[in-house]
Unconditional design. Sequence first.
Length: 68
Amino acid sequence: MNEPIERGRDLLPLRRMAARLGVPSAWLKERAETGDVPALLAGHRWLFRPDVVGPIVAAMAEPKGGES
């Protein structure tokens, strides 16, 4: 069974998540809008789960095959 999300603990707003990842908030918002990064849109606020989004963004930063 899914564990409930603890309010204020498991979700970060856009700017805080971007700061934690070291990326521009506009970049993160665009990735959320396109579905490249999972996020929840609550009203006009984007919310992110750091434990999910962190590894996805890190994988995006890794060089693809053949690049050094």
